[in-house]
Design a protein around this ligand. Structure first.
Ligand SMILES: Cc1cc2nc3c(=O)[nH]c(=O)nc-3n(C[C@H](O)[C@H](O)[C@H](O)COP(=O)(O)OP(=O)(O)OC[C@H]3O[C@@H](n4cnc5c(N)ncnc54)[C@H](O)[C@@H]3O)c2cc1C
Length: 232
């Protein structure tokens, strides 16, 4: 039976893969199970740091959003972007494999704003899925994906405009910037979420002022870095 070591807010979990499922050619759903999962709170779109082995044999950690939790199970959805320990790990997982992670960390805010807008690439779609379920009201989503086969399952209150790269490189702001032309803000103060490549989201964040959004009305977080090297 896996043991859990609790460290103040986060802890280490030793889990087993209960199931893996292909959501799309580049997105894999992973169900992790351990008895200790049932005993913890999993805040909205919190993440776990999965312990992996890097190319030089040293330990590395990669962060994945908790898409959902129920009883002794946690669900994460991982992008198979083709490079790096995280993508390779997700690609190779099979039921029964052990998975160690630290968590939970972080939480998405859900303020009582008049309208909600989310901009993301594939890496943030699990967080936006969890957010849409928790919000229970319309959420306008601009989602950058590789192509039409990568449409991620979001609840119906997520009103999505899919922006396809169709072979162009990931991690640039152009598609999300172009998508902003289609945004019609609702009445009253709004709130926006911006998830994706670190430098791209800074560029996009600067453009959100046109909708009357101040910095405090935008939750922006870099989920990955172009040209990053495996580190701890
Ligand atoms: C709070 C948080 C929550 C996250 N939740 C999720 C999640 O639910 N699902 C998920 O898939 N990712 C999620 N991410 C992003 C994930 O942690 C990064 O993509 C991570 O870099 C993947 O590690 P890797 O070993 O595959 O690639 P790395 O070793 O980090 O990078 C290797 C190469 O791949 C490129 N690369 C890395 N990520 C991507 C990508 N998404 N698309 C295209 N190229 C990429 C890098 O630029 C680099 O050139 C989250 C990140 C954070 C901070």
């Amino acid at each position: 039976m896996p043991e859990v070591q609790r460290i103040t807010r986060t802890g280490q979990f030793l889990t087993t893969v209960a199931d893996v499922r292909t959501l799309s050619p580049r997105m894999r759903r992973i169900v992790l199970t351990a008895p200790e999962i049932a005993g913890r709170d999993w805040p909205l779109a919190c993440d776990i740091a999965v312990v992996l082995t890097g190319p030089d044999g040293r330990e590395v950690r990669r962060r994945y959003t908790v898409r959902s939790s129920a009883g002794e199970q946690l669900v994460v959805d991982a992008v198979l972007h083709g490079h790096g320990p995280g993508s390779s790990w997700a690609q190779s997982l099979e039921p029964g494999h052990p998975v160690s992670f630290f968590g939970p960390r972080g939480e998405l805010p859900l303020p009582p704003a008049g309208w909600l807008l989310a901009l993301t690439d594939e890496s943030g779609l699990p967080a936006i899925g969890a957010l849409a379920e928790a919000a229970g009201r319309d959420l306008l989503v601009l989602a950058e994906i590789e192509d039409g086969s990568e449409r991620y399952p979001l609840p119906p209150n997520a009103k999505v405009r899919w922006l396809t790269r169709d072979g162009r490189p990931a991690g640039t702001p152009e598609l999300l910037l172009g998508g902003l032309e289609h945004v019609r803000p609702g009445a009253g103060p709004g709130y926006a979420y911006l998830l994706g490549e670190s430098r791209a989201i800074v560029t996009v964040r600067d453009e959100l002022a046109r909708f009357g959004l101040s910095r405090s009305e935008v939750y922006a977080k870099g989920y990955w870095n172009l040209n990053s090297r495996p580190t701890r």
